[in-house]
Design a protein. Sequence first.
Length: 374
Amino acid sequence: MRDKILMYNLYYSWWKNLDKTIFSIIVLLFTIGLFFSLASTSLIASDKLETNSYSFFFKHLIYIFLGMTIIILLSIIDSIRLLKFSLIFFFIILISLFLVPLIGVEVKGSKRWIDLFILPRFQPIELLKPFFIIFLATLLSTEKRININLKYLFSFLTTLLISGLLFIQPDIGQTLLILFTWSVLIFTSGVSILFLSLFASSALIFLVYLVMFIPKFSYIKSRILSFFDQENGSHNFQSDKALDSITSGGFFGKGIGEGTLKNKVPEAHTDYIISVISEEFGVIALMLIIILFLTFIYIVFKRILTIEEERDKLILVGCSSLILMQAIIHIGVNIRLFPTTGMTLPFLSYGGSSIVSISIISGIVLNLTKRKFD
């Protein structure tokens, strides 16, 4: 009886202090993603894989149940313990990122996944991103007597190490996302605009050199040239089909199950899920999803103004900026504003690593935005 009372009190305290608006948006986005997973993958599974037409849907459902469990656990745990455990997980997953070039699984010419037999295949960088934000925020906000320039230098060297490991895979999209996250956090922490501008210029020159003159990254060069050469580009098929599907869907869409993009483009349920949604449910559905993302970001930033702890502010800024930038890149690729990057849409795209990653970020956000009492 006593255990039941303790559990009830724990649940009551969690639910009472939880930011219910943020939690509701997270649940709604996951539900939308699950619905469109059913709409976009059932034909793929039955026609191409000759298996149960709902196999992708059931896997997605399992991932979301796992994700919601992670969200609730991370939002319940004491914030101090959460941050301590996060730093431990950061170094553990960083080690797994080192293992990718050695024992990683190669898919379509890139080694980005690890299959450890006892664990399902996962992409280390997806799991590393939320803990990377906590690591940087903790480093930049530490009150120990460390010169601020040394903090920036150490954070930069850590970011450079992770970016180098991603370059080896290669994964340019995630590399840019990691660099962007670091830039946002050091800018928020009060770094000089001149320093940030010099870094951005140097990084851009270095990336251009790698893409244009290093043979290993020639496929990125081809994608960029194809992006600007709309008529003769050889890598425009997926982007063209995605844009055509959005255009053909019009304002209200063709109707559920009537879209054709999911049968024409590989990985439509991950990299081009927003085009599948637009084709079947119209641009109005796309606009509503964008509004949900913007509402999520707005509420988080509004809560940041009420938080006193510098570290918590940096973590929330980093998490919300990461979600927003990933969504912008995904939608931008689908409407041909950016070259193809293979970036998933947070909450909605199919994929175990992606769902677990966004669940960890969501759990951290809910934990740090809870009402706190002395």
